[in-house]
Design a protein around this ligand. Sequence first.
Ligand code: ZN
Ligand code: ZN
Length: 300
Amino acid sequence: MDNQTHQFGDPTRKVTLLGMFLNITLIVGKLWGGIAGHSTALVADAVHSISDLFSDILVLWGLKIGEKGPDTDHHFGHGKMETIATMGMGVLIIATGIGIGVEAASKIRGESQVSPDLIVLAIALVSLLSKEAIFHYTKITGERFKRPVLISNAWHHRSDALSSLTVLVGAAGARIKPDWGFLDFYAAILVSLLIIKSGVSIFIEATKDIVDTAPDPELCRKIEDVAKSTPGVVEIHDIKIRRSGRFILVYLEIGVAPEMSVREAAGIAENLEKNVRRELEEAIEVSVSIRPARSYNIEC
Ligand SMILES: [Zn+2]
Ligand SMILES: [Zn+2]
């Protein structure tokens, strides 16, 4: 962590708490506005904001545990626990989406609807703009500190913004022409589909971490460059990378001059390990295997 972190507190935690505060404000505003202003879609959106609070708690847990280094029980750190938090968040979002859809569909054949009040439009607009703002803030912070759980939470904020947009469209349509009151219901169903979609993609993204999907080739090339510039490394036979939450685990197989002593070769491996860790602070584990050089190189 850099100096700024120590001075102003953990920015990843700060942005999550800010999002949490926004969610609480939106729950109150949407519930009140939805009931007083006759909008099922806005009430559904409020219920969704309540579920957002649970995902905020999950994010805070994921951020805290995912940061922990190796201990006696978890030799490769706790990064995958952050991944589990991310997956849990995906499930939570999908469940909420299904709930809203079922709720809206069960009411669609009900009695004729009252046109939503102007307050519904105002609250939906405030929700849309504030959620879009927190999306950008959270995404920038998540990318800066390489926290998957935070980046997922950012996209969650974006899906919340979209869901408020559909409420806005539905309510506006119903106000323009009272017969269009049903638009509000369709808006709620659209909200539900959007939320399910965002939940599924968050879940799938996290699954890639669990099944050790290789990271982008750019990272592999970076490590290759470090290895090539480390004195004594004659060949690179293999590079394997696994993700574990915000961390990566690197396996390297290098070729050194065959006549070299074990002591010298081990020194080269140690230097390489240090260089990789220096270049990539997220490398929690770097393991280097030494082979006698056989004069060929593999590409990433
Ligand atoms: Zn949400
Ligand atoms: Zn542990």
